[in-house]
Write a protein that binds this ligand. Structure first.
Ligand code: HEC
Length: 293
């Protein structure tokens, strides 16, 4: 009898602890997640998706897209950068001399190789990256020194990491990005590119539809399967359908026929074009590129 009770007790403790770890803990951490505010702006994030995009997430799920795609950008760190945007009255050559003369300043001395080196073989075209590193003090000091001689610079915070370098996004994905996703489809295998910022890269719904119907009509030798069953091929009626997919000749149906997306395909395209991770947040700051000043 005694053993029975200890087994029972052990089971209660084991199950109880897992409940705390797997249910209560995450709920406490993220259960109350709400919209956040975009850095240096009063805009809210994330944006409420349209009804079509919300349905599109279910189509994405049903078709197993997450088997080959992730929707999560990773970041390993961030650097502060300083770029020259306007040389003022200076010429590239005398500017190099000026920069070299600045390197006696103790705070800059450590970086002199990289700063002066970045100007090797520079022909004076702007914007020109001058410094990139974690040290924000160096950026502001260098910026001040250059401002004093009439050179305009721009300081930025830039996220770094392989995903960012691949052009998949400008910052890491954070929990808030998935606020309206049920279920969240992070994905774990990358047979294809990450899609978290796809709506910025490929904002055209027609491109998405054509790519879903015939990936190879847009990306040569694409290994992505064609999702033909999300479309119907039908005889052109009195008028061609307004949303018929325009295809290059070798992918087009027989003359007199057209490829029309089903509701699911349109919802999926709406979901794909809604995928954006392009605003700076408190957890993932960066300096957005604004129109050239
Ligand atoms: C068997 C793996 C596989 C599956 C399943 C798959 N894809 Fe892909 N996907 C790829 C590969 C590989 C590429 C890169 C080649 C290309 O662009 O066609 C790609 C590219 C893409 C692109 C272009 C991305 C870019 O940055 O240009 C989009 C959008 C996309 N897939 C969406 C989807 C959607 C939506 C589904 C589900 C309906 C899906 N994929 C299912 C492998 C897959």
């Amino acid at each position: 009898m005694k053993t029975g009770f200890s087994v029972f007790l052990a089971a209660v403790i084991a199950l109880g602890l897992s409940w705390f770890g797997l249910v209560y803990g995450p709920l406490k951490q993220l259960g109350g997640a709400r919209e956040t505010t975009v850095l240096q702006s009063s805009d809210k994030w994330p944006m409420q998706p349209t009804g079509e995009a919300t349905l599109g997430l279910q189509v994405y799920r049903a078709n197993g897209c997450a088997a080959c795609h992730t929707v999560q950008i990773r970041q390993t760190g961030a650097v502060n950068t300083l770029s020259i945007t306007d040389l003022g009255v200076h010429k590239a050559a005398d500017f190099k001399d000026f920069i070299t003369s600045l390197m006696v300043v103790p705070e800059l001395m450590n970086y002199s190789n990289s700063i002066v080196g970045s100007l090797n073989q520079w022909n004076g075209s702007v914007p020109k990256l001058l410094f990139s590193g974690e040290d924000i003090a160096t950026v502001s000091l260098l910026g001040d020194k250059l401002k004093a001689v009439g050179v305009k610079t721009e300081a930025r915070v830039v996220a770094t990491g392989p995903d960012i370098a691949r052009g998949w996004g400008v910052r890491q994905s954070v929990a808030a990005d998935y606020l309206y996703d049920t279920p969240v489809q992070l994905g774990s295998l990358r047979a294809g590119p990450d899609l978290a910022n796809l709506g910025v890269r490929a904002p055209d719904a027609n491109w998405q539809l054509q790519h879903l119907y015939a990936p190879r009509s847009l990306v040569k030798n694409s290994t992505m399967p064609a999702f033909r069953y999300l479309f119907s091929v039908r005889k052109i009626g009195a008028q061609p359908a307004p949303d018929a997919v325009v295809l290059p000749k070798e992918f087009a149906p027989a003359a007199g026929f057209e490829v029309v997306p089903a509701a699911e395909a349109r919802q999926l395209a709406a979901y794909l074009t809604s995928l954006k991770a392009n605003v700076p947040l408190y957890e993932a700051p960066f300096t957005p590129i604004t129109a050239a000043k």
